[in-house]
Design a protein around this ligand. Structure first.
Ligand code: NAP
Length: 256
């Protein structure tokens, strides 16, 4: 059963992507622009946004820090002033810092929670009234497989993404009844500046371009959850169904 409106024709669609200055957000923006979407790219660092906007006439850039509620409101107003609607918002901006319980860094933890949880939730909250007024459109939240269950090195990051998974599920329950689409995106490892600092080997690593292509395929299917690559994510989903004794044993064994 299809849970969301299927999007396969992107020409003319107004799509806002937060965190579009690099990595998955940038690759997704480029692929949607190539399909004729009108893409609003936002982030804090304008240099790379400027470079892409110079290449694509359909691109618009907005400097927006998702921890700044006023900037989020202004971003929505700027988009509406130009396009009169938002067809899809991809809440993609996020940060990752490796952390363990034995080297807990309260400042880095707070920063991750402020951006990944509060920033994402506030950016979605800024868009909802507009989508409800339109009676159409969708929201996609980029979480992570790290939110499925506890994993080493992902203290706080994993918790922040688990919060987003729960948030997006509830968002679906609330908004699908109002005719809006809500999509959860849970990538495995993708080669971006976020993961390039990892010292451990990352199984089933994808490029940003491959990740963006999988996201677009998921939108075309109308999936609620777009997770990839399946050769990695399906194992993690299976792992989560096992008793904790087995879960902890296998996670320790495979992440040694
Ligand atoms: N790479 C992976 O393996 C992986 C796996 C699962 C999930 N994810 C998720 O995918 C999303 C994109 O990450 P990525 O891998 O593509 O990493 P990335 O290349 O570092 O991209 C992160 C984006 O978020 C933006 N950002 C960070 N803090 C922000 C803030 N306060 N306000 C606005 N924008 C902010 C960054 O732009 P500025 O610094 O210019 O603001 C950048 O454009 C993140 O949510 C991440 O958690 C990644």
């Amino acid at each position: 059963m299809t849970l969301n409106r299927k999007i396969s024709h992107w020409r003319g669609q107004v799509v806002w992507i937060s965190g579009a200055s690099s990595g998955i957000g940038l690759a997704l923006a480029e692929q949607l622009l190539a399909r004729g979407a009108q893409v609003i790219l936002s982030a804090r660092n304008c240099a790379s946004l400027n470079a892409i906007c110079a290449k694509y006439p359909l691109a618009m850039m907005i400097n927006c820090d998702i921890t700044d509620i006023q900037a989020l409101t202004q971003t929505v107003q700027t988009i509406i002033a130009k396009y009169q609607r938002i067809d899809l918002f991809v809440a993609n901006a996020g940060v990752y810092n490796e952390m363990h319980a034995f080297d807990f860094n309260a400042e880095a933890a707070q920063q991750m929670l402020d951006i990944n949880v509060s920033g994402t939730i506030n950016s979605v909250a800024a868009v909802i009234p507009q989508l409800l007024q339109q009676g159409s459109g969708g929201i996609a939240v980029v979480a992570s497989v790290a939110g499925y269950g506890g994993l080493p090195a992902a203290l706080i990051y994993g918790a922040s993404k688990a919060a987003l998974i729960n948030f997006t599920e509830t968002l679906y329950l609330d908004l699908s009844a109002k005719g809006l689409s809500v999509t959860l995106i849970t990538p495995g490892f993708v080669d971006t500046r976020l993961t390039q600092k990892n010292k451990f080997s990352m199984p089933a690593l994808l490029t940003s371009e491959q990740a963006a292509a999988k996201i677009i395929t998921g939108f075309a299917r109308g999936d609620f959850e777009i997770h990839f690559p399946h050769r990695f994510t399906l194992w993690l989903k299976l792992l989560k169904l096992l008793p904790y004794q087995v879960y902890f044993f296998l996670v320790k064994r495979f992440t040694k």
